[in-house]
Design a protein around this ligand. Structure first.
Ligand SMILES: [Zn+2]
Length: 501
């Protein structure tokens, strides 16, 4: 793709800008895109020279969606697992016992595939917590960035790190696992804070801000209990220095809540606060097993949360206290999580599930999430969790031209009652006609403009069967750990932690 983009004038669309405080109801307007940005929004805008004009009466224009938490490493494992809680599922999706890392070409295609399936579904920004078993090679990271550069999507790419042995971050781990399995339960020699810092600084130099700022690097210690204190503090220093998120998994399961009490004598959120890594740079994925005190602390710290409704349901992780977090002033984004715990890159599914799944357990209806609240999570507030809210997430003059155009003359909007509610409760991506990132049309009527989809699949059809067959053999090898993780879960269920999710 070239870095310059031609002008596009979109005429007469219903514009749902998602800007605050106004902009949360659709208003008919023209929108001019120039130089990759939104240059004007108004009525009867003049047509500049050499400008593509798109007649958009009967269409809805909205900001491109933000997938605020995913892992491209799981993209080939869609529809592969079920009936497993997180601690068991991890064994198969992330195989402790395994062979060589995925070959470079498949690494490229795997990343490209996530971008392709995201763009086709109106997702213009991805936060990819890339996991590559502790290789931390800028060559491999460069392959990931190249795929996103080629696809034309906006990304925060980070490169996960964990440096605490699995047995020391798993409650009862040293009691439960037999001697002969203990050494096999790690991803290799632990990374030091100094080594990870040097790697990240190199990644910032090489990749951050490339493609006119569309490609960014972010920092992801995998989870507080999986990293040493000096690693978490080094990660925080990097995030502050470069103005990017420190993005981490927090309290996704009951087992992790027990880990906090067992290893630190406090909640993992309190641990993060006490070591000085909780502030507006901090983005917490999941945040399910948090206490009321944690929620108040999160509000004071100004951190943000990524809610992963479908992944949480699939892994039986529990219901995140989203209304309480909103009441505490915490910005919430939506994430698919990896495609082996969510099975789709569609953020429209997340909007719908987030708007429905909290209507349970006797919660008063006035506290259920509304359509507009979940749409905010998928747009401007999702961008906030990525520290990109001054760049994308709403249609405002001066912001990046990241947008989606939907056909309102479509079953999802027939009959037309309330566009906002129908977007949340009826839309599944099938109304999408046009997807634009940084002023470039990346998808039109379901056809990607940046990638030859057939060629990608011709190649994947050649390469994938052998790779998946090999992965299947590693899944079988890792089955040996499952009874012991089941025992860990059983013991954690019997441990009183004072909350239930
Ligand atoms: Zn995750």
């Amino acid at each position: 793709m070239t870095t310059s983009s031609k002008s596009i004038l979109i005429q007469g669309a219903e514009v749902l800008a998602m800007a605050r405080p106004h902009g949360e109801r659709p208003v008919q307007a023209d929108v001019l895109l120039q130089g990759g940005k939104i240059a004007a929004i108004g009525n009867n805008l003049p047509i500049p020279e050499s400008c593509e004009v798109i007649a958009a009466h009967g269409k809805l224009l909205m900001p491109g969606l933000v997938n605020a938490h995913t892992h491209s490493s799981e993209t080939f494992f869609k529809g592969r697992y079920e009936q497993m809680p997180l601690e068991a599922w991890l064994l198969y999706a992330y195989t402790y016992i395994s062979g060589a890392p995925i070959p470079d070409r498949l690494l490229y295609l795997r990343t490209l595939l996530l971008a392709m399936q995201s763009l086709k579904n109106g997702v213009t920004t991805l936060c990819d917590d890339f996991f590559d078993p502790m290789a931390h090679s800028t060559k491999r990271l460069g392959i990931v960035f190249q795929a996103y550069r080629d696809a034309g999507i906006r990304v925060n790419v980070s490169s996960a790190v964990l440096n605490t042995p699995v047995l020391d971050s798993t409650p009862f781990g040293r009691e439960v696992f037999p001697e002969h399995l203990r050494n096999q339960l790690n991803f290799g020699a632990p990374t030091t804070a100094a080594d990870y810092t040097a790697y990240c600084q190199e990644a910032f130099r090489r990749f951050h801000g490339q493609a006119d700022g569309r490609l960014r690097f972010a920092i992801t210690p995998s989870a507080p209990q999986r990293c040493t204190t000096d690693m978490l503090q080094a990660c925080h220093a990097l995030a502050v220095q470069h103005g990017v998120p420190l993005h981490t998994h927090l309290l996704e399961t009951r087992v992790q809540a027990v880990a906090g009490q067992m290893f630190y004598g406090k909640t993992l959120l309190a641990h993060m606060h006490d070591i000085g890594v909780l502030d507006r740079h901090t983005t917490l994925a999941h945040a399910i097993w948090i206490t009321d005190d944690d929620i108040a602390q999160m509000g004071r710290a100004g951190c943000s949360v990524v809610h992963n409704p479908l992944s949480n349901l699939k892994l039986g992780s529990g219901l995140a206290p989203i209304r309480k977090l909103l009441d505490a002033g915490v910005a919430i984004g939506l994430g698919t999580d990896g495609l082996s715990s969510n099975d789709s890159a569609r953020v429209f599914d997340l909007i719908r599930f987030a708007a429905l799944m909290h209507n349970t357990g006797g919660t008063p209806p006035a506290q259920w999430l509304s359509a507009i609240e979940t749409l905010r999570m998928a747009t401007l507030d999702g961008a906030r969790t990525a520290m990109l809210d001054d760049v994308t997430g709403s249609l405002e003059v001066g912001k990046a031209a990241d947008l989606v155009m939907l056909d309102l003359d479509n079953d999802n909007f027939r009959p037309k009652n309330d566009i906002v509610k129908q977007l949340a409760y009826c839309e599944n991506g099938s109304s999408i006609e046009l997807v634009v990132v940084a002023g470039h049309v990346v998808c039109r009527n379901g056809q990607l403009a940046t990638v030859r989809e057939k060629e990608v699949w011709d190649e994947l059809n050649q390469l994938l069967p052998a790779y998946l067959e090999e992965h299947g053999r590693w899944e079988v090898a890792n089955r040996v750990f499952e009874p012991y993780f089941s025992e860990v879960i059983r013991r954690c269920k019997a441990t009183d932690i004072g909350i239930q999710r």
